[in-house]
Design a protein around this ligand. Structure first.
Ligand code: FAD
Length: 351
C-alpha cells in the first residue's frame, strides 16, 4: 500500500515529537513513523538507575513543562517515558507504531519512504532516529578472544546481574560514570577511562551544558573563536549517585588496558587482571542506515548539513543527532529550538 503525506517524520522519540509539535503549529500535515511498539524512544531501554543530568523543568520539550518527579531533583528514565507518552497524546501527534523505515529514496519530485508495512511518498522528510540503536565499540585487540561477558551500555540493566563478579567498565562519559557508580557496591569494579575522568563542578548540571552548547554554536556562526562548548567544562555531571560513589572513593579510574585476553585484560605495564565481564560505555553513532539509498555520505562518512537540512538533498532534514545538527539538539531541552527552525524551513519549502 502506498500513502502520501506532505511531511514524513522518521522516529517517534523526543526529537520526532518536538518536530511534530512545530509542524502542527505551522498547520502542516505530517505523519510520524516509529519503530518502537510504545512511546518513549530510547528512554524505554536504559538501565534502571539512570538519572537525567538536568532537573525536570530543564528537560522539557516545547509547549509543556516536564512535571517534577516526586522526591527526585533529577528524574529517572521512566519519568521521561511517561512525559513523552503524555506529550504525544496531549498534542494528538499522528504516530504510526511499530513501523520501521527501511529506506528513503528519490522518486521524481517526491521522496519515497519504504517501511516494513508499506510505502509513503512525501515532499519532505525529517529523520529523527537517534543514536541509541547504533552502539559504538572501539577496536581493542583481543576483543574476540575474551571468554567473559561483553556488553554495551544499551544492554546493561541493573547491578544485581553482576553481583560478586569482576567487572571492568570502559568509558569516561556520563554513561560510564553512572554505570560504574551503580556497580561499585555490588561487584569487584575496575573503571577504565582513556584520560583521567573530568567531573563537572557539583553545582553544574545539564542547564550549564545547554548554555555552553548554545554559546559555542553562536560563536561559530558569527565567525568568533571556538568557546570549546560543553567539552570545555568537563565530561561527567555529578548526579547524586555518581557524587556519592566518587566521595566514598569508589570511582577512581585506571588508564585504558592494552588488550583483552581469554581471562581478562593486560595493562600497559604488562601486568594482567582477571575479569568476568567488560561493559563498554563507549558511545553511539547516528542511526542513519535508512538514508543509505540517497547516497549522501561524504568522504568522512558524515552527511553534510546546513542547519538540519541535508546540503545536497534539501527535502531531507536530520534532527537530534548532536551539535552538528543543532546546538544541544540531542537533549530534551535543546531539541525544541532546532525542531522549530526545521519546521519553518519545511514550511518555506512546501510554500
Ligand atoms: P531516540 O530516543 O533514540 O528516538 C528515536 C526513535 O526513532 C526511537 O523510537 C527509534 O525506535 C526510532 N527509529 C530508529 N530508527 C528507525 C527507523 N529506521 N524507522 C522508524 N523508527 C526508527 N539528554 C538529556 O536531555 N538529558 C539527559 O539526562 C540525557 N541522558 C542521556 C543518557 C544516556 C545514556 C544517553 C544515551 C543519552 C542521554 N541524553 C540525555 C541524550 C538524549 O536526550 C537521548 O539520547 C534521547 O533518547 C534522544 O532522543 P531522540 O528522539 O533523538 O532519539
Amino acid at each position: 500500500m502506498t500513502r502520501t503525506a506532505p511531511v514524513v517524520v522518521i522516529g517517534g522519540g523526543q526529537a520526532g515529537l518536538a518536530a511534530g509539535y512545530h509542524l502542527r503549529r505551522l498547520g502542516l500535515d505530517f505523519v510520524i513513523l516509529d519503530a518502537q511498539a510504545t512511546s518513549g524512544g530510547a528512554w524505554q531501554h536504559t538501565w534502571d538507575s539512570l538519572r537525567l543530568f538536568s532537573p525536570a523543568a530543564y528537560s522539557s520539550l516545547p509547549g509543556r513543562l516536564m512535571p517534577v518527579q516526586s522526591g527526585e531533583t533529577y528524574p529517572d528514565a521512566q519519568h521521561v517515558v511517561d512525559y513523552l507518552a503524555d506529550y504525544e497524546k496531549r498534542y494528538e501527534l499522528p504516530l504510526e507504531r511499530p513501523v520501521r523505515v527501511t529506506g528513503v529514496h528519490r522518486d521524481d519530485a517526491l521522496l519515497r519512504v519504504e517501511t516494513d508495512s508499506g510505502t509513503w511518498r512525501a515532499r519532505a522528510v525529517i529523520s529523527a532516529t537517534g543514536t541509541w540503536w547504533r552502539p559504538f565499540l572501539p577496536a581493542v585487540p583481543g576483543r574476540t578472544v575474551f571468554h567473559g561477558r561483553q556488553l554495551h551500555t544499551v544492554v546493561y540493566t541493573r547491578p544485581q546481574d553482576f553481583a560478586g563478579r569482576r567487572v571492568i567498565v570502559v568509558g569516561g562519559g556520563n554513561s560510564g560514570a553512572q554505570i560504574a557508580a551503580d556497580l561499585a557496591h555490588h561487584t569487584a569494579l575496575t573503571w577504565v577511562t582513556q584520560r583521567a575522568p573530568r567531573f563537572l563542578a557539583d553545582d553544574i548540571d545539564g542547564r550549564a551544558l545547554f548554555d555552553a552548547a548554545t554559546a559555542r554554536r553562536r560563536a561559530l556562526d558569527e565567525g568568533l573563536t571556538d568557546t570549546g562548548g560543553v567539552a570545555s567544562l568537563g565530561d561527567i555531571v555529578a548526579v547524586p549517585p555518581v557524587r556519592a560513589a566518587r566521595d566514598r572513593g569508589l570511582l577512581t579510574a585506571r588508564p585504558m588496558f592494552t588488550r583483552l585476553h581469554t581471562g581478562g585484560v593486560e595493562w600497559a605495564d604488562g601486568t594482567h587482571s582477571p575479569a568476568d565481564a567488560v561493559i563498554w560505555c563507549t558511545g553511539f553513532r547516528p542511526a542513519l542506515s535508512h538514508l543509505a539509498p540517497l547516497q549522501l555520505r561524504g568522504s568522512r562518512g558524515r552527511i553534510a548539513t546546513t542547519g538540519t537540512r541535508a546540503t545536497v538533498e534539501p527535502r531531507l532534514h536530520l534532527l537530534g543527532y548532536g551539535d552538528w545538527t543543532g546546538p544541544a539538539s540531542a537533549t530534551l531541552i535543546g531539541v525544541g529550538r532546532t525542531a522549530r527552525d526545521t519546521a519553518r524551513e519545511i514550511a518555506d519549502l512546501l510554500g
